[in-house]
Design a protein. Structure first.
Length: 387
């Protein structure tokens, strides 16, 4: 534990150069890279610059360490994890890799992040029906019962898709309960976990999730363009690899063997050359989170969110996020009657506080290195704007 700004933090603020300039509270957007990840990225790039192909063997080991770290964060076997470039790619692998028939249903929340929705809307020309689950109230609540109600309105869906944590208000879906519902109704469960993975402990295999994906640039504290894709082993036969290449087969690097024998593991979805530099940085970030302990990170983030809610309420804010124990996340959404959220986010940026405006409110998302001093800076600016 490291002291910083009056707070004991599970992640060392000195590892984040952004803290020299910002109270950075926008991890639901794009995270600042920590120094270990910057160093891993630079070291890997310099090894390629110096040795070209002869650096390749060491970089393959980096990939396997990244895969193992991602699997531990997800709570799944390492062999069920593929390295991908972003969350959208993983969602596309599911949407386009499953076999569809006219009349097949997909159930998905209304108000999802576009990339979670679009791959399934794009199946309309194949006769796939997308039915929406309407969130309840301003908190964006999506209890399992709301999914059950929509599922019961038609034939059993082939697939249920949801974000683990919704990007706007921060509602955290009960994936374990939803997984049980999907098993009872014969549906597959696909979870976009980018807004929770790295900050909230996950047990995706235990919860019954069949497919999940997240790239590194939010709560994983990694780079853009590298991420993780989980496919439950028993579901892999259902998911056709869309981009098979030399890296997808059991005999990878045996260039003269042209038999298409797909790897038994999730590596079958990796296709061609991985993002070696990005994966090295992602590995460093994921291992840093594991060393700190995601449970400790979550306790810290949750406490900061409680502080944000209390102090912004005291200066006239209305907390829109559901902060009950089973629904809360690292995202807090706050509205002010007389303050435009876009203008307020810009005022905060000028004062060195990073937040964002989403869904008609100010969205605040701290991480494990943020301090109570960061929250104090946020509140001072909001108070001055409201005066």
């Amino acid at each position: 534990m490291t002291a910083g700004g009056g707070t004991m933090t599970p992640l060392d603020p000195d590892l984040f150069p952004a803290t020299h300039r910002w109270a950075y509270l926008n991890h639901a957007g794009i995270c600042p890279l920590p120094l270990p990840s910057v160093e891993a990225l630079h070291r890997t790039a310099m090894e390629v610059a110096t040795d070209g192909e002869f650096s390749y063997a060491a970089h393959k080991e980096n990939n396997e360490r990244a895969r193992a770290a991602g699997a531990r964060l997800m709570g799944v076997p390492a062999d069920d994890v593929a390295l991908i470039k972003n969350t959208t790619e993983g969602l596309g692998f599911v949407a386009n890799g499953l076999a569809w028939a006219p009349g097949d249903r997909v159930v998905i929340p209304d108000g999802e992040f576009p990339s979670t929705l679009y791959p399934f809307l794009a199946l309309a020309d194949r006769g796939v029906i997308v039915d929406r689950v309407r969130p309840a109230g301003p908190s964006g609540a999506l209890p399992v019962e709301a999914f059950a109600e929509v599922i019961a309105q038609g034939p059993p869906p082939k697939l249920v898709v949801t974000s683990w944590v919704q990007f706007g208000r921060g509602w955290r879906t009960d994936l374990a309960g939803l997984g049980r519902l999907c098993r009872d109704t014969g549906a597959l469960l696909c979870a976009d976990v980018i807004q929770g993975l790295g900050a909230i402990p996950a047990r995706l295999e235990e919860w019954g999730v069949d497919f999940a994906m997240a790239d590194g640039h939010k709560w994983l504290l990694g780079p853009e363009g590298s991420g993780f894709f989980y496919v439950r082993r028993s579901r892999s036969p259902l998911l056709r690899p869309l981009e098979p290449g030399w890296n997808s087969v059991r005999h990878r690097e045996d260039w003269d063997n042209q038999d298409l024998v797909l790897d038994d593991t999730a590596r079958r979805y990796e296709g061609g050359m991985p993002n070696m530099t990005g994966n090295a940085a992602l590995r460093a970030s994921a291992e840093m989170l594991l060393d700190a302990g995601v449970a400790a990170v979550w306790r810290h983030v949750d406490a900061l969110c409680d502080q944000i809610c209390a102090e912004l309420t005291a200066v006239g804010g209305s907390v829109l996020s559901d902060r009950t124990p089973d629904a809360r996340s690292g995202i807090v959404s706050v509205a002010f009657a007389d303050l435009d959220p876009g203008h307020l986010a810009e005022r905060l940026r000028r004062d060195g506080v990073a937040c964002s405006a989403r869904n008609g409110a100010l969205r605040i998302s701290p991480h494990g290195y943020n301090t109570t001093g960061d929250i104090d800076r946020l509140v001072r600016t909001v108070r001055n704007a409201a005066a």
